[in-house]
Design a protein around this ligand. Structure first.
Ligand SMILES: [Zn+2]
Length: 292
């Protein structure tokens, strides 16, 4: 499943390869890929044909590309994409054979490379939605918190909100309304960097611990971004089909029984919210039970 750095890699690819190009035609190969476009497939195609994809934005794991009218004016609408579990946006030569799970194809008036939406499990999807003021945030995306890779991320606001929550710190990191786009992998890696167990209560974290945690989130996301994302499940590739290779730099996630890179203690796996959490029992001791 693509996490935030992978989606940011895709955004950068779209910004570089797609922004500024005008859609010549759209072919929807599977209606499920546009099920979030409530007016139907034909309306989706008509809303895009002849429009220019003017930029590529991201909030959390949502991507959106504002649409410009043929005269260059902002249309107030945007193409919104979510990659779901297995979605890929690929920019490819027209001669490239179709992928087995090709769901939608965009061709452009310049006759150059196509944009293809490929999705094996079809949890992802595309829609054209209102996006006030052209570069405005589509309503579907507005509730998602700005993430630490976004230049406008509010560090002190995040710290205050985190400490106000009466919850476990890992649960807070995965809460998309508090901080956008941090999934299970990066949460575990950030907690290890900050030397915090995921079950630590947020309202008992010191300011220093919150700062260390935010530094951990930022550094792990930034490094993953520099490496092109984690890409464990081999389904995820970036906009040009290049796999990320951050996974070899993981300290704890998926590393059960391997030595902690800091202290050598074997990494342990615990179950958490129906998933696995990985941590070093030495560097990240479990908190004592809260006295009632
Ligand atoms: Zn350790």
């Amino acid at each position: 499943m693509p996490e935030l750095p992978e989606v940011e890699v895709v955004r950068r690819g779209l910004e570089r390869w797609v922004a500024g190009r005008t859609v010549a035609a759209v072919e929807v190969r599977h209606p499920r890929a546009v099920r979030r476009h409530l007016e139907g497939t034909e309306h989706f195609v008509a809303a895009l044909t002849g429009r220019t994809l003017s930029a590529a934005h991201r909030r959390g794991k949502y991507l959106w590309l504002p649409l410009a009218e043929p005269d260059g004016a902002a249309s107030g609408r945007a193409l919104v994409a979510h990659l779901g579990m297995s979605g890929q946006l690929l920019v490819e030569k027209r001669s490239q054979p179709d992928e087995t799970h090709l769901r939608a194809r965009f061709t452009f008036t310049d006759g150059g490379r196509e944009l293809r939406f490929v999705d094996q499990r079809t949890f992802g999807g595309l829609a054209v939605e209102d996006a006030p003021d052209g570069d405005g945030v589509p309503p579907r995306v507005a509730h998602i918190a700005i993430d630490p890779l976004d230049p406008s991320f509010d560090e002190s606001g995040f710290s205050a909100a985190l400490r106000r929550r009466r919850t476990e710190v890992k649960r807070a990191l995965l809460d998309q309304t508090l901080v956008g786009g941090v999934g299970n992998i990066y949460a575990d890696e950030a907690l290890w960097r900050a030397r915090l167990h995921g079950a630590r209560p947020t309202d008992r974290l010191t300011r220093t611990q919150v700062t260390d945690l935010l530094d951990g989130v930022r550094s792990v996301l930034g490094e993953a971004l520099a490496q092109g994302g984690t890409s464990f499940d081999s389904l995820y590739v970036d906009v040009n089909g290049q796999s990320g290779y951050f996974s070899r730099f993981l300290a704890v996630y998926g590393q059960v029984d391997r030595p902690c890179p800091r202290c050598g203690t074997p990494i342990v796996r615990e179950s958490f919210m129906n998933r696995s959490s990985y941590s070093c029992p030495q560097c990240q001791p479990r908190p004592r039970a809260r006295r009632s």
